[in-house]
Design a protein. Structure first.
Length: 278
């Protein structure tokens, strides 16, 4: 990252905090970050990180050459209207808002009837809070590659990055990794409940469930074998795992997962239509 890079967060919630925490010391220094957060109750923890924080957009924004919009989708239009007067040509704009497409964002960011020429949309997930996130990234074709690489570097500070070439694929990213942590937490809840029903206490069940998921994910990441093969390696014919998997198959577990992900993706499309009307 260039020495003169200054980064602004418009929105100072948990994801912005996670991103800034990963960036400080890796892609920039704390003094190079400006946060615009209308929630003054959160200012103290930002100041504790050594960054500058304001409750509203000021001319200081014009000095930042990277803007990261980290507000909720329903608040994005208002946030853009309150800040874009300070937007300078050549500024790299990154949005982390789900369900708001580049056309709407560029229209809102534009001036004099001309849309903003290009931006990057990213979809991080909540494990970013501990530096273990994965982010889907889409960059408009109008952007130069160095800007895209800069956006990738920023997002890599909180985990890994997967770049997609078509914006519509971000809806699939949202359905998989964006919403995915909730699916995993539901699985943990279900495993704990199942273990409790079999006589294990809460602490035992929770530890076994979480460590099993952590270990299995680590094994899948480290192995050159496909998940299907790893599953087969655990499953002895006529054994306990086979009995459990038969129940999953009987209740169409795979189809349930597909339908759930499609519902999430469809909702992302609906949000784009609804919120893009602002």
């Amino acid at each position: 990252m260039k020495q003169n890079t200054k980064i602004a967060f418009i929105g100072g919630g948990n994801m912005a905090m996670a991103m800034a925490s990963g960036m400080i010391g890796t892609v920039c220094q704390a003094k190079d970050i400006l946060v615009i957060d209308i929630n003054t109750a959160g200012h103290e923890r930002w100041l504790g990180k050594g960054v500058q924080v304001n409750s509203q957009a000021t001319s200081e924004l014009a000095q930042c050459n990277i803007w990261i919009y980290a507000v909720k989708p329903q608040n994005m239009h208002e946030a853009i209207e309150g800040s874009k007067i300070h937007l300078q040509p050549g500024t790299l704009v990154i949005s982390i808002a789900a369900g708001l497409n580049t056309q709407s964002l560029c229209d809102w960011l534009g001036a004099d009837g001309k849309p903003w020429p290009g931006l990057v949309r990213v979809m991080p997930n909540t494990p970013a809070l501990i530096g273990k996130g994965v982010t889907g990234l889409y960059a408009m074709p109008s952007l130069v590659e160095k800007d895209v690489l800069q956006a990738e570097q920023i997002m890599s500070s909180i985990g890994s990055v997967v770049r997609v070439q078509e914006e519509s694929l971000l809806d699939g990213v949202t359905a998989l990794s964006g919403s995915g942590p909730a699916y995993v937490f539901l699985l943990i809840e279900s495993l704990v409940e199942g273990a409790r029903a079999l006589g294990l206490d809460e602490q035992q069940a929770k530890k076994l469930a979480i460590e099993t998921i952590l270990g299995s994910a680590a094994l899948a990441a480290a192995s050159d074998q496909e998940p299907a093969i790893l599953r087969e390696n655990v499953t002895s014919k006529g054994g306990t795992t086979a009995a459990a998997l038969a129940v999953f198959e009987r209740h169409q577990f795979r189809e349930i997962v597909k339908q759930a992900m499609k519902a999430a993706s469809d909702r992302a499309v609906e949000m784009s239509r609804e919120l893009g009307k602002s």
